[in-house]
Ligand binder design. Structure first.
Ligand code: SAH
Length: 246
């Protein structure tokens, strides 16, 4: 991937990015640019909003309360949205932040916390998860900011699961053969990937999952991985075999 303008600060903004329409930053981002990064009138940044690609923009005001910018040129078109659904049993604090960041970097389209029997976290700060996803997108030049869905129970998830979407289950009990062959058979299909909590799925949950026609269990090798490792490993093997690494 060509890295143009990699040295410029990248900011996610909620507003539309349209040639000729100036952008005013909110308080927090203004303070960040003007005070923390000490940027001033004439300095450039890259703006994106998850819809209108990436734009080179130039500061026309460096007030610490409200920085204004003019859009100069679009430097990247908005890529097609990722359709990859990523479900995981939420982990505690830093490791929760970690899995959100990694899911953004690995190209998930939807990030869905799923509450299972052995999940140790039940209440999530949705705003924090969204802020984390945005920050990861800013850092890693990801223009598609995934949708972070509010948490849902595994039962509710399965009751509403669309029958035309496959659900790849990271299953440490699956026959330990390479997942590559199994995944290759799913090329072109709508996909989701589900990772269990630290304690794994309960026997009842696993039995229920494995009985569903759309569930495809895969092994991630002969070792038990921690849930956050399993998430990255699963997303990597999916992207490399049937996803956007090809
Ligand atoms: N069952 C274990 C470990 C759970 S690991 C226990 O009793 O503690 C957490 C999650 O990571 C699992 O639910 C599974 O989704 C995934 N995972 C870990 N190692 C895996 C492997 N080798 N293959 C497939 N999935 C794995």
């Amino acid at each position: 991937m060509p890295r143009t303008h990699a040295n410029l600060p990248r900011l996610f903004v909620p507003s539309a990015l349209i040639a000729g329409t100036p952008v005013d930053l909110g308080k927090e981002q203004s303070l960040y640019l003007a005070a923390v990064l000490r940027k001033s009138v004439g300095d450039e940044v890259v703006l994106f909003n998850g819809r209108d690609g990436a734009w080179r923009a130039q500061m026309t005001s460096d007030s610490k309360r409200s920085v204004s910018l003019d859009l100069i040129e679009q430097i990247a078109a908005q890529p097609a949205a990722s359709d990859l659904w990523y479900g995981f049993a939420p982990l505690k604090s830093e490791r929760l932040d970690y899995v959100i960041q990694k899911a953004v970097e690995m190209g998930a389209g939807t990030i869905q916390p799923v509450l299972t029997q052995f999940t140790q976290v039940s209440r999530l700060k949705h705003e924090r998860l969204v802020a984390n996803a945005i920050e990861a997108a800013e850092q890693c030049e990801v223009l598609n900011v995934p949708v972070v869905a509010p948490e849902i129970s595994l039962s509710a998830l399965l009751e509403t699961w669309p029958s035309d979407r496959r659900l790849i289950l990271a299953d440490e009990g699956a026959a330990s053969a390479s997942p590559v062959e199994r995944l290759t058979q799913l090329a072109g299909e709508k996909l989701g990937i589900l990772i269990g909590p630290e304690g794994g799925f309960s026997d009842a949950e696993r039995t229920r999952l494995l009985a569903l026609p759309y569930v495809v269990p895969i092994s991630l090798g002969p070792r038990i991985l921690r849930a956050d490792t399993a998430a990255v490993a699963a997303l990597a093997v999916i992207q490399a075999t049937i996803g956007d690494w090809r």
